[in-house]
Design a protein around this ligand. Structure first.
Ligand SMILES: CCc1ccc([C@H](C)CC(=O)N[C@@H]2O[C@H](CO)[C@@H](O)[C@H](O)[C@H]2O)cc1
Length: 815
């Protein structure tokens, strides 16, 4: 208590109140009496940002002075979500601001809900980048995130008559209170044109004469670490025309022509490509990739020269991480800047480049590996193509010397794919130009060595490392599940908030009925919250005492939402034909967006909704089975669904899900996993133990073997499973689409013929695993005990652990 007898806490609340009111009147320009939830959000965010900014600028000053090595995380996606709760929590201001707003008659929940998600990403890769930024700040690593400030993030999904519709996402329509415009940080980004070759004192010099220049303008968003330890910048680039309006054309009355440059330039940062795991291959995508890469490299090189004078020391002072191949053109851009702007010799430039970059691969799906047609690349980036040719020649020369008379090896490791019209393979470029390449789970990294990068790994052994993904426990536990967090602090000690490994202490009490009851009570309370969301958004009730069986992720055939739906139909049939059996009452919860052009995935969304309509209106299964498809899955909805989940569906075809991170979030919040031995599911199993997870299906090796052998076929599998046959007949026959009986024929025919993702191979063992789930669910103590063991063994999946590994083993920066 201070002299005025008011406690520091009350003092802090009073200050927060004054700050919020000051922002409301002076920045929002509103009388609190007339303020909307949005106004309160902006005022609160600005008040919170003030607290952050001091630390932000302080951090910048410090790291300028301290000569510390910086990490630069280049990613075309940062799936941040909302920031208010994260900033307030990490600055330990949440309770104070909640009390302050409360005193002003404002419910902080409504203020939180008024913030739009920053949906600047598609799924796993983008969200991982956001978790990594928060962990780097928490661990005190001086880091910059570099990306694009899309005017429109991932589309808003609306489900109309069961069909997905896409609507522009508009997070910036009222601006965002978190960012600082850095109008003094603007770079020229050049495209097209030609390259002139000149010899200067018999050294070849290349002068690029671009046909187009676009301005990249920086916007900085502070990323706050836990306990406000550090604040790092996320620098996002926005595109502007070098010449906003061609007055000459305007004066001639060609108003549209006068603005075409502006439109063409601004298009670069207009919208996020909604394709997940399928390379778009469109020119605008390449323009986006080069735009942010060139701006980021110009920015970090200028900063380095400003502090250290020369570029030779860059690898000692900077580590640049390529988040998949999307920024891989950075290898050529770095060489261009070193050769053409700083006149370094080739070998020196290459030494600096290849010892500064490292690359993370997030997928082995062939259709997701980016390749660019040479003609397009040459037209847009003529100088970079010259440099890539040179890199490739030296690379192939070296390979030829070390591996003579292996022509197929040369063509396999070449950056240029000579087949189908000559294409640039960005994976090869990223691999050759990086000192380290990493996969995102143990299995994925092994498969990378055996398949996609087998030959490059042979030519450059020892470059591949594994870095199993992680998640930030601040957002995905503390902020989204305060009930469980409070219990963990009591049982494991407050310091569990700083040392996730202490969560293991919970396991000692796994058999304690009192603890089991508390865990079950917390889960039920989170389920009641989700029940309300289902009723509000879909207009029907689900029971909180049912088993919440959750599959939430991007729609993709390899993630096998369809397999879950086949089991749902089989269960529906089984319950109807045997209503008295002790079925665990279930709510099947689906959520996830399909890329706008992904027809098959969108048809599966329709199937989910048609099955839901039939099941939810069938009195014979009332109280036993409900199917829910929640629209517009995003970070904020995930924060509501995950704490309420009992069962986590991680059922991808083994070998196809690089890691998964939703699996970690769900297990950390006490859901039991039903899954294949794929991605990080395997490491989750290794940590929680075989008895606390439901594993089924073919292993990755068995999948490969069956693919190679071409047997058993889908027809064989269906013949061997009467239940599966019945389900396929029902769906294919229009039972769930009486208004269009052939609607799902394409899906069923695809399964009967190809079944590329081996659903028919895994159906029976999946069904059996789900029945094991029923069995355990009907023994609540055992179920809750297993949930406790899952929570207690998830510490390793903290992104703090992952980032500490990147820091020590790839970036060589202290933590
Ligand atoms: C070029 C189009 C495109 C866009 C995004 C992607 C990403 C790599 C897709 C993605 O998000 N992959 C997911 O990355 C997560 C983080 O490492 C993993 O946990 C998931 O398993 C992986 O599917 C590929 C291709």
């Amino acid at each position: 208590t201070n002299t005025a007898g008011t406690s520091d806490y009350e003092q802090a609340i009073a200050e927060a109140k004054a700050a919020i009111i000051a922002k409301m009147t002076l920045s929002v320009g509103k009388d609190p009496g007339y303020a909307t939830d949005r106004d309160w959000f902006v005022a609160t965010a600005l008040a919170a940002r003030d607290r952050v900014t001091h630390r932000f600028l302080g951090g910048k000053r410090a790291s300028k002075a301290d000569g510390k090595k910086r990490v630069y995380y280049l990613s075309l996606e940062f799936l941040i979500g909302r920031q208010l709760t994260d900033v307030l929590y990490n600055f330990e201001l949440y309770d104070i601001f909640r009390a302050a707003l409360g005193d002003l008659g404002v419910d902080i929940e409504r203020v939180r809900e008024a913030e739009p998600d920053a949906a600047l990403g598609n799924g796993g890769l983008g969200r991982l980048a956001a978790c990594f930024m928060e962990s780097m700040a928490t661990l005190g690593i001086p880091a910059y995130g570099y990306g694009i400030r899309y005017d429109h993030g991932l589309f808003r999904q609306v489900i109309k008559d069961g069909w997905q519709q896409e609507f522009p996402e508009t997070w910036l329509e009222n601006g965002t209170p978190w960012e600082f415009l850095r109008s003094d940080v603007t770079y020229d980004i050049r495209f097209g044109g030609s390259v002139e070759t000149k010899t200067v004192n018999n050294v070849p010099r290349f002068i690029w004469h671009p046909s187009e220049v676009v301005h990249a303008v920086a916007y900085d968003t502070p990323i706050v670490g836990w306990r406000g330890s550090n604040v790092n910048p996320l620098r996002l680039w926005s595109a502007r025309a070098a010449d906003p309006i061609a007055l000459s054309l305007f004066n001639k009355g060609d108003h549209v022509g006068a603005l075409s440059d502006q439109a063409r330039s601004a298009a670069i940062s207009k919208v996020l490509y909604p394709s997940d795991e399928t390379a778009a291959g469109q020119e605008l995508r390449l323009r986006q990739e080069y735009f942010f890469v060139s701006a980021s490299l110009q920015d970090l090189i200028n900063r380095h020269i400003r502090i250290y004078g020369d570029l030779y020391s860059l690898p000692d002072r900077a580590a640049i991480q390529l988040n998949d191949t999307h920024p891989a053109v950075a290898i050529a851009e770095m060489m261009r800047i070193l050769l053409d702007d700083h006149n370094l010799r080739w070998d020196e430039a290459w030494r600096i480049t290849s010892s500064t970059f490292s690359y993370t691969n997030h997928t082995l799906l062939p259709e997701a590996l980016e390749t660019w047609p040479l003609p397009l690349f040459e037209r847009l980036l003529p100088r970079h193509l010259q440099i890539i040719y040179f890199i490739n020649n030296l690379h192939l020369e070296a390979t030829k010397k070390n591996f003579p008379n292996e022509p197929e090896l040369l063509s396999s490791v070449s950056i240029i794919d000579e087949r189908d019209g000559r294409r640039l393979r960005m994976g090869q470029l990223a691999f050759i130009g990086s000192h380290t390449i990493n996969g995102v789970s143990a299995l994925h990294t092994d498969l990378m060595k055996e398949t996609t990068f087998r030959d490059l790994n042979r030519v450059y052994p020892g470059r591949i490392q594994n870095k199993t993904n992680g998640i930030t426990f601040r957002r995905w536990l503390q902020q989204s599940n305060p009930g469980l967090t409070k219990l963990l602090c009591e049982v494991c000690g407050e310091e569990v908030l700083d040392k996730p490994e202490l969560i293991k202490r919970l396991e000692e009490h796994a058999d304690d009925p009192a603890l089991q009851q508390r865990i079950a009570k917390i889960k039920r309370a989170n389920k009641v919250v989700l029940c309300k969301i289902v009723t509000d958004r879909l207009g029907f009730r689900v029971e909180a005492d049912s088993l919440f069986d959750v599959q939430i992720k991007r729609q993709h055939e390899y993630k096998r939402q369809l397999l879950n739906l086949l089991e749902t139909v089989a269960l529906y049939d089984a319950i109807r034909s045997n209503p008295t059996a002790d079925w665990a009452p279930r709510v099947k919860i689906f959520a996830g967006k399909a890329a706008a052009s992904y027809v098959a995935a969108k048809l599966i969304i329709k199937l989910a909704n048609d099955i839901a309509k039939t099941v939810n209106n069938d009195p014979s299964v009332q109280g036993k089975l409900k199917v829910v498809f929640l629209p517009n899955y995003n970070v904020s909805l995930a924060e509501k669904i995950i704490p309420a989940a009992d069962l986590s569906e991680q059922i991808s075809t083994a070998g196809m899900e690089a890691s998964g991170t939703g699996n970690m979030k769900l297990a950390l919040n006490g859901a039991l996993t039903i899954g294949t031995l794929d991605g990080a599911n395997i490491e989750i199993k290794d940590n929680v133990g075989d008895d606390n997870i439901f594993i089924f299906g073919l292993t990755a090796a068995e999948v490969e073997e069956r693919k190679r052998a071409g047997a058993p076929t889908a027809t064989d599998n269906i013949a061997a499973s009467p239940m599966l046959r019945q389900v396929l007949d029902a769906i294919g026959g229009g039972v769930f689409s009486p208004d269009d009986p052939n609607r799902f024929k394409p899906i069923i025919d695809g399964l009967r013929s190809q079944d590329r993702y081996m659903l028919t191979d895994d159906f029976d063992s999946y069904w059996a695993a789900q029945r094991r789930v029923d069995e355990l669910w009907n023994q609540p103590e055992k179920w809750t005990r297993a949930a406790i063991v899952n929570i207690a063994n998830m510490a390793w999946f903290s992104s703090d652990r992952t980032i500490a590994e990147y820091a020590e083993q790839i970036w060589k920066v202290p933590v």
